[in-house]
Ligand binder design. Structure first.
Ligand SMILES: [Zn+2]
Ligand SMILES: [Zn+2]
Length: 236
């Protein structure tokens, strides 16, 4: 069996495109000086994929084996470490589940504990995340130079992984920050933020393969204007 696009996307987005092995965290898409891009993340099976593989569980169905719940995103080095036969006891099923959970938790909670006092301060936190997403879209998205020069190549795969490794995790951070502090904004501002929320929910539906990328409600320009304005005001 093969891992479905839905399970692949959930895994990549939740791990923010980084190795989940304890204290590794290496980013799994990289470019060299010639602007050649590599995607080297490996979707490793927690309970082994084939009979005889480490941590193989004969009671799992093929579907369970290739489900997000049984996968952990790793760099090639750590994938080979956990699959070495002599390491099977050390890297058992429980430990791999723990590593995966704590990596995903650290991504999800990266900004959650911050105390926010004002909407200006909040905009300051959001602005760099929004810019990073924008750069990602400009550099790798369907309208990028890269896509125009090379529409059929590995660039498509790169744009896919960048959306999962950068855009979706940043969206989730911005969403959580805004949702937890929505009371700092007035009614008009909240209406703009709600448009951004709709965009983010569309992205989440795309991760779960419920809508195509073209089906995502576009990023609202008013939201960028609002965040930029508040962020500028905070630094004056
Ligand atoms: Zn493996
Ligand atoms: Zn690693």
């Amino acid at each position: 069996m093969a891992i479905s696009p839905k399970n692949q996307k959930i895994l990549w987005a939740n791990a923010a495109g980084c190795c989940s092995f304890l204290n590794c965290g290496i980013r799994l898409t990289q470019s060299n000086e010639n602007n050649t891009f590599y995607v080297f993340g490996e979707m490793a099976h927690i309970c082994g994929e084939k009979e005889g593989a480490n941590r193989y569980n004969q009671y799992q169905s093929d579907k369970e084996r290739d489900d997000y719940k049984n996968l952990i995103l790793l760099c090639p080095t750590h994938h080979s470490v956990i699959d070495k036969i002599e390491n099977e006891k050390e890297y058992d099923v429980d430990l791999l589940h723990q590593m995966k959970a704590s990596h995903e938790k650290s991504i999800a909670n990266a900004l959650a504990s911050i105390q926010i006092q004002s909407k200006y301060e909040l905009a300051n936190k959001i602005y760099p995340l929004m810019l990073r997403n924008y750069e990602c879209f400009i550099n790798y998205g369907p309208k990028s130079e890269l896509a125009r020069r090379n529409p059929q190549s590995s660039n498509h795969k790169l744009w896919l992984t960048e959306r999962l490794a950068t855009v979706v995790p940043n969206n989730r951070k911005m969403y959580a920050l805004l949702e937890n502090n929505l009371g700092l904004f007035d009614g008009n501002e909240q209406a703009v933020i709600e448009k951004f929320f709709i965009h983010v929910r569309g992205y989440e539906a795309w991760v779960k393969e419920e809508v195509s990328y073209e089906g995502i409600v576009r990023f609202p320009g008013e939201f960028e204007v609002l965040i930029k304005k508040l962020s500028n005001a905070s630094t004056k």
